[in-house]
Write a protein that binds this ligand. Structure first.
Ligand SMILES: O=C(O)C[C@H](O)C(=O)O
Length: 278
């Protein structure tokens, strides 16, 4: 059994929180540049210019990309042969506390009823997965309120199939309009159970924007859905244009014979996430 010191995890998580909120991922920057070149609408072009300028300013100044630095969502792959001194969950929460304080990131976590701010952006939302090996892979995502509010889970009838899935996604994006700060990323969770679909849809957002799903049929659906969403014409920041969405990522799981759970998790254009393996 390998042991990792608590401080190693705390420092690594703190750095993930700060870096993810400060540096636009390289794949997102490439997507902005490609979209800017493709847009004919001068307003849409200008929005991309401003988004790229915002990313440069954040990098140079050390300020976050957006005032909404999100709830801290972490997907953690824990090797069966690794342990963390003092406990992994506690170390992750301490890392979030440190990252949000040291990076001067807004603390958005509050009591759902009294709305009293908890002051340190904890507890983090942590999804653990036990895997073979002796390493710890920690993926951090800053999930802003605006885009999370536009996300939905539904239980379709199995007979609704792919057509029902398509309709639900398109209706959701149309209804969301400018609220999730387009161009968005769409994570789609299909199958499993109610909660499983929601987690799959969020985890799908961790994929590289320009990767291709290993299953060719699913890859074709991602491409088709991206085109259909972009045909809505909502455009960057909802001001019209060809680029409403940068990528659609699907994750699926086997399902009960009577069910077809579907989750649509919308992420804003900044798509802040970062990973580390310890
Ligand atoms: O909480 C915020 O700063 C704003 C929010 O992310 C929003 O999109 O309205």
């Amino acid at each position: 059994m390998r042991t990792i010191e608590r401080d190693t995890v705390v420092d690594a998580v703190a750095k993930l929180c700060i870096d993810a909120n400060r540096y636009l991922p390289a794949d997102v920057r490439r997507a902005f540049e490609a979209a800017q070149a493709k847009e004919d609408n001068p307003v849409a072009k200008e929005v991309f210019r401003q988004l790229l300028e915002n990313a440069d300013l954040a990098e140079k100044s050390g300020l976050p990309l957006c005032q909404d630095t999100g709830l801290a969502v972490l997907f953690v792959e824990v090797g069966e042969e690794v342990a963390v001194n003092g406990g992994l969950r506690d170390a992750i929460n301490e890392g979030v506390r440190k990252g949000y304080a040291d990076g001067f990131l807004r603390k958005s976590s509050c009591d759902p009823m009294t709305r009293a701010n908890r002051g340190d952006n904890t507890p983090a939302i942590i999804h653990f997965d036990v895997v073979p090996g002796d390493t710890l892979k920690i993926s951090f995502m800053a999930k802003g309120g605006g885009s999370e509010n536009m996300s939905r889970v539904t239980m379709l009838a199995p007979s609704q199939g792919y057509e029902g899935i398509k309709d639900f996604i398109l209706d959701r994006v149309a209804e969301a309009g400018p609220n999730p700060c387009p161009p968005i990323l769409i994570g789609v969770g299909i199958g499993g159970t109610f909660e499983n679909a929601a987690i799959l849809s969020k985890k799908a957002l961790l994929r590289e924007l320009d990767d291709t799903h290993p299953d060719p049929e699913t890859a074709a659906k991602e491409k088709e859905l991206l085109q259909l969403v972009n045909d809505l014409g909502i455009g960057p920041m909802g001001l019209g244009g060809k680029t409403t969405c940068l990528a659609v990522k699907i994750a699926m799981a086997p399902v009960h014979i009577a069910s077809l759970p579907l989750a649509v998790n919308i992420q804003c254009h900044s798509a802040r996430h970062k990973e580390v393996t310890l």
